[in-house]
Write a protein that binds this ligand. Sequence first.
Ligand code: ADP
Ligand code: MG
Length: 339
Amino acid sequence: MAMGKIHELSSVLADQIAAGEVVERPASVVKELVENSIDAHATQIDVLVLEAGVQSIRIIDDGDGIADEDVLTAFKRHATSKITSRADLFRVHSLGFRGEALPSIASVADVVLTTSTGTTGTSIHYRGGKLLKQAPAPLRQGTDITVTDLFFNTPARLKYLKSAQTELANILDVVNRLALSYPEVAIRLVHNSKELLKTAGRGDLQQVIAGIYGVQNARKMVEINGKNEDFQVSGYVALPELTRASRNYITVLINGRAIKNQQLTKAIIKGYGSKLMVGRYPIAVVDLKMDPLLVDVNVHPTKQEVRLSKEPELAKLISSTITDRLADVNLIPSALQNL
Ligand code: ADP
Ligand code: MG
């Protein structure tokens, strides 16, 4: 029989191709790894970054850890502990579920992961998709992962990286939004030994907002609450006097996941009516809870884009919740003094 010309790609090559989508830049590595720590029920996550993540990204958590017998599998593509069945895909409760981050990152970088469940401890070293070493490690509960030499074997990707300042800004943005999504997790970001963010992990969203945007600004934000039969809206939005020149200060969370959605962002702005000047945008953290059946997170590998059922209804609820809340503020100016 003649040899065909079609053949399956090696798993290393397939992982590198997947990495093209999942691991765009250092901030993507930070996002994927911190999400893994959160999914592993970590209460404390340290993100230690050198030279905007190009030199090194280290994430230390106190989460569940990975059992010795699972460590190799964790680095296989489409290997996950988070979903099992097709039905699970429609009710995703974790941040991850595609089983792509670890193999993707390991295929384009040098990765050393040390992990312990408390009963087993393992250390594993991958470089460019190749397993270099696996050895027993101490039983320190949690996972400690260090990623160096990112994109060493994908020169085009390396070249595409922006200035250190831009890459760091992206990392900060990712960590800020994760901190806003999980006030109950103590998250620390350190860059070149300078601490850029530290949250207390006490579950107080307002405190996290103060840590990111400053205490003065946090005082100029009001709590919102609204709901209908399908959706629950909560969070904090800035008074109209506190604005920014970009929409970047608006964070929309759906079931604990920071997402990008034009319509919902517009709905937040619409809630201010004529109270905002043209080209000015509020600082806002809008936390949305809904049945996972109403949101499809399996639209894009990075999961920042989602498809929503009943999006117009949700947009209306967001706008009216904000409009009503800001109307209250105008009626009782004295309330401002107590904020
Ligand atoms: P996904 O998050 O989509 O499941 P990943 O490639 O990111 O895929 O991770 C693969 C698996 O490795 C996860 O399902 C999880 O079981 C395990 N894992 C990864 N990171 C951690 C961590 N920090 N703590 C505990 N388990 C982890
Ligand atoms: Mg993951």
